[in-house]
Design a protein around this ligand. Structure first.
Ligand SMILES: Nc1ncnc2c1ncn2[C@@H]1O[C@H](COP(=O)(O)OP(=O)(O)OP(=O)(O)O)[C@@H](O)[C@H]1O
Ligand SMILES: [Mg+2]
Length: 391
């Protein structure tokens, strides 16, 4: 009897010790298995619940590892590529399997990739029909130097930012987006392929009504999202920059009408008013497919007037704000991925970023040893050649 009691106490002590580091981290990836994924032929690894560092020379497979995890969370890559490109060049089939843990449940995602067929995704061993069934199971925020385009480049980047974020916490929104795209494509087809405008006038009403209804829902969600992240972006920006800079975000609705109870009525009127122009161009000139976010730093537009370093910090602040707003919505911090970000930040900003990263399970890639604490995985030519726990 005493032996059993001793055994139970020792077991409990080991359990508590092992979980001590993760007591405040709810969502975590536990393990990953890859077969013929990019430059990985065969890989099995277990992760630490806090900071995981992938270190290695250029072109060894650090970003590929992040990509495989991201793929299991979102159902596609963060690079704009075809599905078959992620399968190892010499192989016909590939496989990713990932296990994760959330506050109240475990999740297993298996993805079977084929160069000949469409991929199959299984969540907890059940095949899913639509990516919407996967999104939101494991929430993730990805950041790389490439994310600078979020601030600098076209509105499409900022729409993608809103869409990936909102979809992860709101499946209905994800389906709304694909509904909107279909309606818009049909409306544009009618505008482009019709011989004369009188035929368009007679038949377009059905598309306009559904377009307006869907646009309204999307616009209200996006505005809410921008409002939610604004205070967190302000906080993250002043935290990263040491309190020197002030940020302001403004959602710009491409429907060109006020977001109020008259939204549908006003947008319908505007669609009618623009019909001749739309017919001439062969596409719809207003709608949420034209949305944007204006970003101001110390009251000037950061896209045009911000320095490279400021733009980089703003992009990072937006991502860290996502982290906090997702926690507000789901009650759990998402997974954070930082690909090669340290080379781009000064040492003060690096330290502040790492402090922030402590709130969540983090995956970091770097080419040289930054002496970070966490579990270090050294990667060479698609293999883990060393694993080391550092405190
Ligand atoms: N489908 C594929 N099959 C085999 N190898 C691939 C495939 N796609 C990409 N690779 C290779 O994987 C290698 C590693 O790429 P990855 O982007 O992960 O490197 P990295 O370690 O992040 O390097 P860096 O430090 O330069 O960012 C590259 O040499 C690339 O050519
Ligand atoms: Mg890389």
């Amino acid at each position: 009897m005493i032996n059993i009691l001793n055994f139970a106490i020792i077991f409990l002590a080991i359990f508590l010790f092992k979980n001590e580091m993760c007591y405040n981290i709810d969502m975590k990836i536990k393990s990953l298995q890859l077969k013929n994924f990019r430059n990985y032929e065969n890989l099995k690894m277990k992760f630490s619940c806090d900071v995981n560092i992938f270190i290695g020379k250029n072109a060894q497979g650090k970003t590929n590892l992040l990509e495989s995890i991201f793929y299991c969370c979102i159902g596609k890559s963060f690079k704009s590529i075809k599905d078959k490109d992620i399968i190892k060049w010499e192989a016909d089939n590939g496989y990713i399997s990932l296990t994760a843990e959330r506050k109240y449940r475990d999740i297993k995602v298996d993805i079977k990739l084929s160069k000949q067929r469409k991929k199959t995704i299984l969540v907890n061993s059940l095949p899913i029909k639509r990516i919407g069934e996967l999104i939101g199971e494991i929430n993730v925020i990805f950041f790389s130097p490439n994310e600078l385009k979020l601030v600098k480049e076209s509105p499409e980047e900022r729409r993608k930012f809103m869409d990936i974020d909102i979809s992860q916490t709101n499946k209905r929104y994800f389906y709304l987006l694909s509904r909107y795209d279909k309606i818009l494509a049909n409306r544009n087809k009618l505008l482009k392929n019709s011989e004369n405008i009188s035929y368009v006038k007679e038949t377009i009403d059905i598309w306009d009504r559904t377009l307006v209804q869907t646009a309204k829902k999307i616009a209200f969600e996006r505005e809410k999202f921008v409002q939610n992240i604004t205070p967190y972006t302000e906080k993250a920006q002043s935290y990263l920059s040491g309190g020197k800079e002030n940020i302001r975000l403004k959602y710009i609705c491409g429907c060109q009408v006020e977001l109020n109870e008259k939204f549908e009525e006003n947008m319908m009127k505007l669609l009618k008013k623009n019909l001749e122009k739309d017919f001439k161009f062969g596409h719809t000139t207003i709608g949420v497919h034209r949305d944007d976010i204006d970003i101001f730093l110390n009251d000037v537009e950061v896209k045009t007037f911000g320095s490279q370093g400021q733009q980089r910090t703003v992009a990072l602040a937006l991502k860290l704000a996502e982290l906090e707003s997702m926690k507000d919505i789901t009650g759990e911090y998402p997974i954070l991925m930082l690909d090669d970000v340290f080379s781009e930040l000064d040492s003060d900003r690096q330290k502040r970023l790492l402090k922030f990263a402590n709130r969540t399970q983090t995956f970091i890639t770097c080419t040289d040893d930054k002496k970070l604490s966490g579990t270090l995985f050294e990667i060479e030519n698609g293999k883990i050649i060393k694993e080391e726990k550092r405190s």
